[in-house]
Design a protein around this ligand. Sequence first.
Ligand code: NOJ
Length: 546
Amino acid sequence: MQQTPKPTPITTERPAAEQFTWWQKGVIYEIYVRSFKDSNGDGIGDLSGIAEKLDYLRWMGVDAIWLTPFYPSPMKDFGYDISDYTAVDAMFGTIDDFDALVRETHQRNMKIILDVVPNHTSDQHPWFLESKSSRDNPKRDWYLWHDPSPDGGPPNNWLSVLGGTGWEWVEERGQYYHHAFLIEQPDLNLRNPEVMDAILEVFRFWLDRGVDGFRVDVMWHMIKDAQWRDNPPNPDFKTGMPTYDQFSPVYSTDQPKTHEVVARFRQLLDEYGDKVLIGEMYLPVEKVVRYYGAGNQGAHLPGNFQLLLIDWNARKIALEIDKYEGLLPENAWPNWVFSNHDRPRVATRYGKEQARVAAVLLLTLRGTPTIYYGDELGLQNVPIPEDEVKDPQGLLMPGLGLSRDPQRTPMQWNDAENAGFTTGEPWLRLSEKYAEENVEKQQQDPASILSLYHQLLELRRKEPALHIGAYTPVPAHGPVLAYIRSSGETRLMIVLNFSNETIEFTPERMEPKGTILLQTRNERKGEWINGNIQLQSNEGVVIKLD
Ligand code: NOJ
């Protein structure tokens, strides 16, 4: 007689600490390579410059560095237009410099993550030059070619994220190609197995050189509708919004087949052991979580950008955190991103004082945080005069405040000329405040925001409650955000004041008693809390509950 299979028991047990891996327990630091440290005086950051600063990063307490693209490129989109996936652009150094950087990073017990751009290449990539040359060359289907529409215009209404139409005419083929970004960034056809193999080779090349993972650029863009259907108009579009937002990109992005591509990338990474696959992901959280893949066989960390996009409001953020926690598939690991090279800096969005509260939030939430270089100094966007704008997004959509240059300005190391970033002429102007805001100065000041980051990272590393513990929201009102992180016997309560007023917080149904372990201005460490919690304006505390 056939036996009915027993249902899998539902387990509520949490995995033991040793079952968590480096990319779950650790903290990632994004380095915008052009702007971090110039070692040869050409005004552009480079790989050897990063190597010079590894000790700083180790001191600060990050576990992994993610490098933006440093591959050969015409630099139309500052390296996201790649003309050779498996080499180093001379302006950033040599492949030997890269190998040395991997070695030096690993010697300091840190990991190195590369940016990989499988959605598009540069129009100067040999693959594209061949593909555009005729309709019958071996790479003819490597990009997204299409005949014109009956009126001779572009095949459909897909737009470029960076402005204007998403199609470009090529005389040699008498066809258009699709580019989701610049004309100089033609989209690859990842439905073609040859293209897929070529991209997998790129992953292999860098994995064989010892890298620990990848951040996949525009992961949700990788596959487009096979019927090339028009995107529907966006009913919420208003003048002043980026032109791309005129249509909802339901056919040109986030296609079901994208998950197959992600799963294939993941499979390859798994062959190499404990590597991480991160996806860039500007999607509603309901869709983001699907990128973990069936049985968590997709991306390890589909980028959660909710806090990059919503208002800085304690109630909205509390809701967003709970929504995300509630949607996460079983055993999927959360992650948090507060700023990056494409969006205004945290201290610009929320102000200098709240940047400290944001630091405590980012580094005490459950899941892997990514810190954007310079946020640890409280850097703000640097206004760039119109005639100095370099970013193609700013140049193609002028007047909308969309240039990304202001958040990509050179790192501020000390008060020497050009903040110690370069001995030459920096490629982009620096903040005038660098004499005050720099690493050297803030390292010596226990009340600086850099010292706060340092202490937070130290505490996060020391306390399993913070790096692997559970998350429980604490009901609160108005400008207060409160939650508990716990592991074993340890319970840490985080209370953040999002306002510039003094507040008193009395949690419902509990009487917190305990000691302050950390405070945003480093003034209240060791203070005993008994029931009520008084918070100064813009203050955040981590309390160890008794
Ligand atoms: C996302 C990158 O972060 C951005 O800087 C770039 O312009 C686009 N992808 C295109 O690669």
